[in-house]
Every structure is written in C-alpha cells, then in structure tokens.
Ligand binder design. Structure first.
Ligand SMILES: Cc1cc2nc3c(=O)[nH]c(=O)nc-3n(C[C@H](O)[C@H](O)[C@H](O)COP(=O)(O)O)c2cc1C
Length: 372
C-alpha cells in the first residue's frame, strides 16, 4: 500500500506564531509580541483588515501571473519584504544573518535594525546578493550615528530607513514586568567596544533594559533638520519609517525623502494611534506618485497584502511573522514564511482577476459601512 505523503505542518503564518509561543523563552517572546501600553493599536493593526473586503473581477484570464515589481528602481520578486526588528538572535542563533539570507534566496528586501545582534558587516557577508536597507536610529552621539551610516554604505546597503516614530520608546508593560534584558551571551553587535552603546540593553535597572538603553542614548531632539543632516554626508536614498499623516508625508518629500513606510512601529510606540491600513489611502491621496509608499503593521495573510496594494502601498513589510519563522527553523523558517504569504497573495490575485501588481486597483477593495 502506498503511504500518504506527510501532512504539511505549517499551513499559514499563524501556525508559525503558535509554534513560537510554545518554544521561545518568556522574556524574548514577550519582547517580540508586545505592543505599547494596553495594546489597543496592536489589536487594531490586525483587526482593521477585516473592515476591508475584496470586490473581485470575473472572467479575466489569470493563467499567467507576475508578482514582481520595482522598488527604488530595483527588481523585487514579490511585494513583501522583511521589516527591521531588533535582536533577532534571541529567536534563533543565526539571527539577522538567517533573515537576510532568506530575503536573498527569495529575491526580496531585508531591512536591518540598528539594534541588531549581528553586525552590519556580518549581515553583508552572509547575504552579499540580497537587497539590504539599513534602519537607522539617531544617537545623541552624532559621530557614532554618522559612522553607522558610513559603515552601512560601505557594506553595500542600498538605502537608509530613518525611523521617525521613536525618539523615545513606548512602554511595553510586559518588558517592565519581566525586567527585560538582552541575554548576556548576545550583544548589540554594531557597537562592540563602545561602552553603554554595547552593554546597556543588558541591564534592566529594575525596568525594561531596552527602554533604558533608548532613553539614555537616543536623540530626543530628532527633527526634520536631521533628514537634511543625513543627506549632507550620505549618498544613500532616505526612506522615512513611521509616518502616519498626510502632512508629514508631504513634509518628508520636501526634505528629500525618496520613499515612505506607513508604520506605527508594530503598535509598540504610541498606543491609540490608527491602524496603518486605515491611514494608507489618505496618505496615498496626498503624495500621489511623488514617492513610493510602503506599509507595515498587522500583515499576516495574502489578502492583507492585496488590500494594502489596492489602497496605495507598493510593498509591505513583515515584522513579527519573520521572527516567528526564524524561531521555527532559522533561514528555512523565514523562507517558508515568505513563501507561504507569497503563495497566498498569488492565490488572492488569481481569484480576484489580477495578473500583475499594476492590475490591483483601488476599486478592488471596499470598506462596507456595516463593518465600520
Ligand atoms: C520585536 C520587534 C522589534 C522591532 N525593532 C525595530 C527596530 O529596531 N527598528 C524599527 O524601526 N522598527 C522596529 N520594529 C518595528 C517593525 O519594523 C515594524 O514596524 C513592525 O513590526 C510591523 O508590524 P508587525 O510586527 O505587525 O508586522 C520592531 C518590531 C518588533 C515586533
């Protein structure tokens, strides 16, 4: 008798999340999954997608489909990339190097966090062909900040993603309760030998180690002038991450931003802000084609991606889902995660009459009054 092929154990991104909840140590799990304060926005980032419904087109020949696009002038195989998340080696010993390799393998973008547990140079070496962008936090010590940027440029990173929503960190209650610290076998790899910049996240001081780190080292005076400052010494295009208003998006363009990521930092900063999918179309309306718009926050399935594309995003990024894939099986887990959601997007396109990303129009998605 022929034996049945074994069942696929991971059928959607939620399966990876469930698995991660079972295997990650409590401190790390809480750090990854938490939102700020009472986590109203965390819930809303996901729930908001249910308020939008798809209005599919019929009798379109969908036998050939193409999910590729061009982002900042470069081909990307499908419009789903990896958002910057800090301290990935808590999820898997290969950390950021594994995520970057997965992006390289699948032909998408990897954004590396300033607060990584692998260094810029390690990631560049691990995934030399990946399209890599460097997420930047601005430190009070501007020389330190400038050196980071120049290192990223030298290592082949293609853009700076300036996070504008975090001059200060939101309060994640679980981290305070757990007295969260970076485990002692890990390091803030971009700051080795730089005293507090390397070590302070490993000292909870009775609260959250990461919040203490940020409060003492990040520059809270961050302003629009700093976009101009970055442009004064770096050739890299600047992408603003964390914009939630149309007027800020327009100001960003005036200051020379090449693209914008509509983001609320995975609901980890100001609790009570709108879900990112809810602000996307007003920002798209304001900026039009003047710059590329991307989105992150709460994207967990292919139909979420389709909705974001229809409402104006050219690309979406995944934060936590990549961590859950990483926790499952390193590079392979991240690849499986990306392949799953790419497949879901492909299926959603086939069933809604879309053969290319250009054929995903705004009228594909509606927000019925009964669901508001
Ligand atoms: C554990 C964790 C760490 C993060 N670290 C950073 C970071 O270092 N820099 C940054 O700009 N955003 C950071 N973010 C925000 C993500 O880039 C992204 O905006 C968010 O995770 C998207 O939401 P999602 O997790 O629902 O996909 C982090 C998010 C999480 C969950």
């Amino acid at each position: 008798m022929e034996s049945k092929p074994s069942k696929p154990s991971m059928t959607c991104l939620a399966d990876f999340e469930d698995h991660a909840y079972q295997i990650l140590p409590r401190n790390a799990l809480d750090y990854y999954r938490s939102g700020a304060d009472h986590m109203q926005t965390l819930k809303d980032n996901r729930r908001a997608y249910q308020r939008y419904r798809i209005s599919p087109k019929m009798l379109v020949d969908v036998s050939k489909r193409d999910l590729s696009t061009r982002i900042m002038g470069k081909r990307v195989e499908f419009p789903i990339g990896i958002a910057p998340t800090a301290m990935q080696r808590m999820a898997h010993p290969d950390g950021e190097c594994a995520s970057a390799r997965a992006a390289q393998e699948l032909g998408t973008i990897f954004i590396m966090s300033t607060l990584s547990t692998s260094s810029i140079e390690e990631v560049a070496q691990a995934a030399p062909q990946a399209t890599k962008w460097f997420q930047l936090y601005i430190y009070k010590d501007r020389e330190v900040t400038k050196k980071l940027v120049l290192r990223a440029e030298k290592a082949g990173f293609k853009a700076l993603v300036l996070t504008v929503d975090a001059p200060y960190f939101g309060r994640r209650l679980a981290d305070v309760r757990n007295q969260f610290e970076l485990p002692s076998h890990l390091r803030m790899a971009n700051f080795v030998g730089l005293g507090d910049l390397e070590t302070k996240a490993g000292q909870s001081g009775g609260g959250s180690g990461i919040n203490n780190y940020v409060a003492s080292l990040f520059d809270q005076s961050l302003s629009w002038q700093d976009v101009a400052w970055l442009k004064s010494f770096s050739q890299l295009p600047i992408i603003l991450k964390g914009i939630l208003r149309a007027d800020d998006a327009l100001t960003g363009i005036q200051y020379g931003a090449s693209a914008i990521i509509v983001s609320n930092h995975g609901a980890r900063q100001l609790d009570g802000v709108l879900a990112t999918i809810d602000v996307l179309s007003s920002i798209k309306e304001a900026v039009g084609d003047r710059c590329e718009l991307y989105l992150d926050g709460g994207v967990t399935q292919g139909t979420d991606v389709l909705k974001a594309l229809a409402l104006g995003a050219k690309m979406v990024f995944l934060g936590r889902p990549v961590i859950w894939g990483l926790a499952h099986s390193g590079q392979s887990g991240v690849e499986q995660t990306l392949r799953l959601i790419k497949g879901e997007l492909d299926s959603a396109m086939a069933l809604s009459g879309c053969t290319t990303l250009k054929s995903v129009y705004q009228d594909l998605v509606i927000c019925p009054k009964s669901l508001m």
